[in-house]
Design a protein around this ligand. Structure first.
Ligand code: NAD
Length: 357
């Protein structure tokens, strides 16, 4: 059986994909009737942001190059005052999830259109989800106004993404697709995207690690990231994302690294109850089983696989279990304290995932 009953809501985003597509930015802005654009980036990518001025011409009114990871509310307030003072009527974010997050936060507050030029593989550009931090707490918003209207994927913009971060943000994207295949509201369309997204990234990332300028592999990775981002934007996430959310929030562990270290173990945890869905992913990872395939991919990319190496204290394991159980996400396998503790102990030590025969 390929499809039985399902519900699927398409996310209305326009995608322009290719090498050199950045040059279509002005045309895309005009299409959205943007005449006074605010360009958004992190400090590190201020150069990328200013490279858009020539393309936008008179449509470039101001730049805000102070976007930060996890969209802190005070930064959004600073950017919002520019939006008001300069009469901004649209946003152009260039960068990864941090720059895109700020664009989303501004669109959420103003309902103005957004164009995004992604430069990592995290997949945030394809989702109507915004994670913001206020007074040390992470708040998640899901709203149609948050989804960027237009995404310009320019492969050339990803050539400068360091090898290590290419692998890490790629694993972050893969995590979205993995959890999509066993989501409570899974559907055959998103599962198809998930399989293809993982296939593209798993094939491309090892080549990029050897040759960061390999443009065809960069294109495949970016395409994979797009598909994985669509998965995150369309269906609910489970144990893996919950664990990463708790670990990030409690110990301020780095986002993509935490996803990389947890994913194989979350998959092994769910294998018992989502085995048939997960078995679709093993062949695209060229692996015996999906959990081991993901662990081996991270190792092959020379990425950290232990929470210890990310700075988590071993004594924090019980706190994470408590927090996960206090406010759980739906998950295919029942959440049980002893099994969660075992998962976290293995991830802490960087052991391979425990896969039942
Ligand atoms: P990032 O945007 O934080 O980027 C990491 C660093 O790499 C930044 O300094 C950035 O400027 C730099 N960088 C990015 N692309 C580069 C390039 N091509 N060349 C050189 N440097 C480059 O990283 P990210 O992993 O894309 O985003 C992480 C954030 O996104 C987190 O806050 C996470 O919560 C969020 N996120 C949100 C969603 C969502 O749907 N809401 C999905 C995934 C991630």
């Amino acid at each position: 059986v390929i499809a039985s009953a399902f519900t699927y809501t398409g996310q209305p985003a326009r995608v322009v994909f290719g090498a050199g597509t950045k040059s279509s930015l002005r045309q895309e802005a005009e299409r959205l009737k943007i005449s006074r654009a605010l360009v958004i980036s992190t400090k590190e990518q201020a150069g990328d942001a200013s490279s858009l001025n020539d393309i936008l011409g008179p449509l470039a009114i101001a730049a805000f190059c102070d976007a930060k990871m996890h969209t802190p509310a005070p930064v959004t307030q600073d950017a919002l005052s520019i939006v008001k003072d300069r009469n901004i009527d649209g946003f152009v974010a260039i960068g990864g999830g941090s720059a895109i997050g700020l664009g989303k936060a501004l669109a959420f507050r103003t309902d103005l259109p957004q164009i995004v030029l992604p430069t990592t593989y995290a997949g945030s550009e394809m989702t109507p989800i915004l994670g913001e931090t206020r007074d040390g707490q992470k708040h998640t918003v899901k709203s149609a106004s948050v989804l960027p209207e237009t995404v310009i994927y320019d492969v050339n913009l990803t050539l400068s993404l360091p090898v290590r971060y290419s692998g890490l943000s790629g694993m972050n994207a893969i995590a979205h697709a993995v959890e999509a295949v066993y989501a409570q509201d899974r559907n055959p369309i998103m599962s198809m995207f998930a399989v293809e997204g993982i296939r593209s990234l798993a094939q491309a990332l090892p080549t990029i690690a050897k040759d960061p300028n390999a443009s065809p592999s960069r294109a495949d990775a970016l395409y994979g990231a797009m598909l994985c981002g669509m998965c995150l934007g369309s269906v609910g996430m489970s144990l893996h994302h919950k664990l990463c959310h708790v670990l990030g929030g409690t110990f301020e562990l780095p986002h993509a690294e935490t996803h990389t270290a947890i994913l194989p173990h979350a998959v092994a945890y769910n294998m018992q109850d989502a085995g048939s869905e997960l078995s679709r992913l093993a062949p695209v990872l060229d692996a015996r089983d999906t959990a081991t395939g993901l662990f081996d991919l991270a190792k092959r990319l020379d990425l950290p696989v232990s929470l210890k190496s990310l700075g988590m204290p071993e004594s924090g394991i019980s706190r994470v279990v408590e927090l996960v159980l206090a406010n759980p996400y739906w998950n295919p396998s029942p959440l049980e304290a002893p099994r969660l503790t075992n998962l976290l102990r293995r991830a802490y030590a960087g052991l391979s995932p425990e896969v039942a025969d």
